[in-house]
Design a protein around this ligand. Structure first.
Ligand SMILES: [Zn+2]
Length: 172
């Protein structure tokens, strides 16, 4: 259980067959505070802070909790991402951090213009009304994004071997 279960699960989904090489294939594709309790790939339950990972070598995807993401990316402070995420969900006027803005840009949640603007005004204490509104709209785009993710998830699932038509039948 625990670490070995995580390593085994990741290696199965990776091109490389050893942990040290396999872990390098993965990067964060999304961060989510789930409304429902979930189980991490390592077996830990319950978790709500989810990191969705994508394998850059073969396109596989998986989800781990904040408990395990550091085993892949010791440099990347996933805690920092979650702290910013929670802060802004609580108060939409607050600021995300540069790591999060960069992730949002890489994932196409926001465009380059928005990213540059945000990085530029992030540390300013005084914003014009126009800047403030723009910042809040970017925050909303990022932190309430999972509402729009539902469809993507269904699509992901059907790629993983389940026939979407069969699934529809099951649901009826
Ligand atoms: Zn875990």
């Amino acid at each position: 259980m625990g670490q070995s279960q995580l390593f085994q699960g990741i290696i199965e989904l990776s091109t490389a067959k050893f942990w040290d090489a396999a872990k390098l294939e993965w990067k964060i594709s999304d961060i989510e505070m789930s409304d429902e309790w979930q189980t991490c790939l390592c077996g830990q339950y319950p978790i709500r802070e989810l990191c969705h990972l994508i394998n850059t070598s073969n396109g596989n995807s998986t989800t781990v909790g904040n408990c395990c993401v550091k085993k892949f990316m010791p440099d990347l402070s996933s805690n920092k991402l979650f702290t910013a995420f929670k802060r802004v969900r609580k108060n939409i006027e607050k600021s995300l951090n540069s790591e999060f803005i960069q992730l949002a840009f890489e994932r196409n949640w926001i465009d380059q213009l928005s990213r540059d603007f945000y990085l530029n005004i992030m540390r300013k204490t005084k914003l014009s009304e126009k800047q403030r509104k723009w910042k809040v709209s970017i925050n909303e785009k990022i932190v309430f994004r999972e509402i729009r993710r539902a469809n993507v998830r269904l699509k992901d699932l059907s790629i993983e071997g389940m026939n979407p038509i069969e699934k529809t039948k099951e649901n009826q």
